[in-house]
Design a protein. Structure first.
Length: 383
């Protein structure tokens, strides 16, 4: 049966050669019952350490971990009804696929008839019925990962923990397995916590995304809200491919009102918008929100360096007149080549404004301070 998870100021320290390294720094978080929650962030941000504390493989230095109303901080893994699938595909090479999937049930004393029934059900869902009598060496990488997932699913866990289970697979297998894992989650009564460094996996699979930075919570929100309303420059640049363009701007007040002045452009703020108080800010605009041409209120020129054609659209990598890197995603730049100058534009409503501390000041023409925290707390925003 699925359970909610609550982390209350969880901290994890490691001591190495007399030095203390903080891997997770006072993390507080609620994971709803039955949800699919993904931890994402760069290497070393604390996502796998957090997953291991949920599994009981690591004990927090301080703080508590609860499943539902039960404090499980000091419980060993076998008393948590948790299953975990690791990054490396850990299968017993001398056992058949059927034996690998059912091994956990066997050591827990589940009768053979029930084991076989649950194994057959898992194999059907994972589309590996024809592989049950084969040995792991006879399987492809994708099939081996499905077997590992099957071994976790048949145990009917309250919490299923997945630690980068697709990192070693090719792009096609990743795409297929993403769909299968989501389908399995819909069919099973379990809470899924997934760890990845791949934001595509995080954004396409999750009910909520937890973005970490240096062991701290940067933002937690549903994927679309995280994309549309990043609470900091770090979040805006980490989430989204290509990354959000960020340009240094001066805040200048004149007779005609306040404007943000950047390299080769000036963006006037409407009279109803409270101007940022900082002398200098950074303007963020996602490459997907740029129009080729002069349809938007703010116009600027990009010197084209590289063009990547992706079929229905192209990604232009270039620079502004001051050398600032600047990307454009559009279906209207098929004929652009290196050395061209591309005129693009955007409206204030499609931009972010970040203060000197990196925190978001404006979402388009709306002040960030006017938005409430997300239900999970810790820096989320509500549209």
């Amino acid at each position: 049966m699925a359970t909610s998870i609550h982390l209350d100021t969880v901290r994890k320290e490691f001591r190495t050669l007399g030095n203390t390294h903080v891997a997770v720094d006072d993390l507080s978080l609620d994971i709803p019952e039955g949800s699919f929650t993904t931890f994402v962030g760069p290497s070393g941000c604390g996502k796998t350490t957090t997953l291991r504390m949920l599994a009981g493989l690591e004990t927090p230095t301080s703080g508590t971990v609860s499943f539902g109303d039960e404090d499980v901080t000091d419980l060993p893994p076998q008393e948590r009804n948790v299953s975990m699938v690791f990054q490396s595909i850990a299968l017993y090479p001398h056992m058949s696929v059927r034996e690998n999937i059912g091994y956990g049930l066997k050591i827990h004393g589940v009768p053979k008839a029930e084991r076989d029934e649950r194994i057959d059900e898992a194999a059907e869902v994972l589309q590996i019925e024809a592989q049950l009598e084969k040995m792991p060496a006879e399987l492809s990488g994708g099939q081996q990962q499905r077997v590992a997932l099957g071994g976790a699913f048949v145990q009917d866990p309250d919490v299923l923990l997945l630690d980068e289970p697709m990192s070693d697979l090719d792009a096609k297998l990743k795409s297929d397995l993403r769909v299968e894992i989501q389908r399995l989650h819909q069919e099973l009564d379990t809470t899924v916590v997934y760890v990845t460094h791949d934001q595509t996996e995080a954004m396409t699979m999750s009910d909520q995304v937890v973005l970490l930075r240096d062991g701290e919570l940067a933002q937690v929100d549903p994927p679309k809200r995280l994309f549309d309303y990043p609470n900091s420059e770090y979040v805006a640049q980490f989430i989204g491919m290509p990354s959000t363009n960020v340009v240094d701007c001066a805040v200048e007040a004149g007779d005609g009102g306040t404007a943000l002045v950047g390299p080769g452009f000036e963006l006037s703020l409407p009279a109803g918008v409270d101007a940022p108080t900082a002398g200098r800010v950074r303007l963020g605009i996602r490459p997907q929100y740029l129009d080729v041409g002069s349809a938007g209120a703010c116009r600027l020129s990009v010197d084209v360096e590289v063009v990547e054609t992706l079929g229905t659209e192209s990604v232009v990598h270039g620079r502004l007149e001051d050398g600032t890197p600047f990307d454009v995603v559009s279906d209207a730049v098929d004929d652009a080549v290196a050395g061209d100058r591309l005129d693009v534009s955007f409206d204030l409503e499609d931009a972010f404004v970040f203060g000197e501390d990196g925190e978001t000041i404006l979402f388009g023409s709306e002040r960030a301070s006017e938005r409430s925290s997300s239900p999970a707390g810790a820096g989320g925003v509500t549209p």
